[in-house]
Design a protein around this ligand. Structure first.
Ligand code: TLP
Length: 350
């Protein structure tokens, strides 16, 4: 069979030859001792880009989010977030098992977009101060919101909800695994997206070609605490400059091209929405994630999204079933127009 076309995630992107060259040339030291100049350069560059005092290079987005929680809560505290947030849905319950926090959901029923929480929804989720209740400490949002379909927080909602969270005495963390895509889609700079949040995580290993790495960005005091907790978790890395060099290369060369991924996702959504096996609104696609809902007919005739995932894989298109009724297709650096056309052709044939 022809090479499979990999639309499972933007985490599958591989370092380009130029990125590998930058990695090979990287000056390194021991980052636990704070003597790796390339890691320091990446952290300083990122802090400046996001308009914050400091940044911390960590192995993964999951660790960045966990450190944000550990640095801004104590065991027994409550986190407020959306039920489809990555922190709740996909991080192995680290908020509970490691940080000792509970989660209270904030809904999105008064928002036109999935995963976007209004100030009013947050107000409804907050309980009064009372000895019966856990102490609410941290509010987390996701931008772009993965399971919301890769949607971007509208700037006015972002400002209003985060301002209300702060007035309510909460710290605010943004899971910005794909904040680069959000910035690109709404045409604002990263600092504006980070302005109303105390901490923000950003992933280098999604769509940017880096082999590994994320950053946690925020004020100096919080990042100092996170640095200590990173060591505790075993995330202190030594000659990590080789990895940081990939990050610096990606920030310099792979951010502007994200619009290409978004355009390809839009094209893919438009083409898929015409097939009878799908039933979704292609205009809901805002970035590089296409959440394609299966039609009732497709499920009845063949099976749920997990069955369809297997069929598509056998036909040379790799994707992920995200629920019984929805399949996710993700565009990224390692795919071009021709490969998207070919993927659609294969899906049509199946
Ligand atoms: N998301 C992955 C899977 O874990 C689902 C993907 O393929 O989309 N925050 C968000 C919003 C994410 O989408 C992810 C990864 C992470 C955090 C975690 O990043 P890593 O995988 O580096 O721990």
């Amino acid at each position: 069979m022809n090479q499979p076309i990999d639309l499972r995630s933007d985490t599958v992107t591989r370092p380009t030859p130029a990125m590998r060259k930058a990695m090979a040339k990287a000056e390194v030291g021991d980052d636990v001792m704070r003597t790796d100049p390339t890691v320091i350069a990446l952290e300083e560059r990122t802090a400046a880009l996001f308009g914050k005092q400091a940044a911390l290079f960590v192995p993964s987005g999951t660790m960045a989010n966990l450190l944000a929680i550990l640095a801004q809560t104590s065991a027994g505290d409550e986190i407020l977030t959306h039920s489809e947030s990555h922190i709740f849905y996909y991080e192995g319950g680290g908020y509970a098992s490691i940080a000792g926090c509970s989660i209270k959901f904030v809904d999105d029923s008064d928002s036109p977009k999935s995963g976007i929480m209004s100030a009013n929804a947050l107000r409804n989720a907050l309980r009064p101060s009372d000895i019966h209740f856990p102490i609410p400490k941290l509010f987390t949002i996701e931008n772009t919101h993965n399971r919301g379909g890769g949607v971007v927080w509208p700037m006015d909602s972002l400002k209003e909800t985060c301002a209300f969270a702060k007035e309510s005495g909460l710290r605010v963390h943004t899971d910005g695994a794909r904040v680069w895509n959000a910035a690109c889609a709404v045409g604002v700079d990263l600092a504006s997206l980070a302005e109303d949040t105390d901490t923000i995580s950003a992933c280098l290993s999604k769509g940017l070609g880096c082999p590994v790495g994320s950053l946690l960005i925020g004020d100096q005091e919080t990042i100092d605490i996170a640095r200590h907790k990173r060591k505790m978790l075993g995330g202190g890395m030594r000659q990590a400059g080789i990895l940081a060099a990939a990050g610096l290369y990606a920030i310099g060369h792979h951010l502007d091209r994200l619009t290409e991924d978004h355009d390809r996702a839009t094209k893919m959504a438009n083409d898929l929405a015409e097939l009878p096996i799908f039933n979704f609104d292609p205009t809901s696609v805002e970035t590089n994630l296409v959440y394609a809902k299966l039609s009732a007919q497709a499920i009845e005739a063949v099976g749920d999204a997990f069955v369809w995932q297997g069929k598509l894989e056998a036909g040379g298109v790799l994707c992920y079933a995200e629920s019984v009724g929805t399949i996710r297709f993700v565009t990224h650096l390692d795919l071009d127009d021709e490969m998207i056309e070919e993927a659609i052709k294969r899906i049509r044939a199946i």
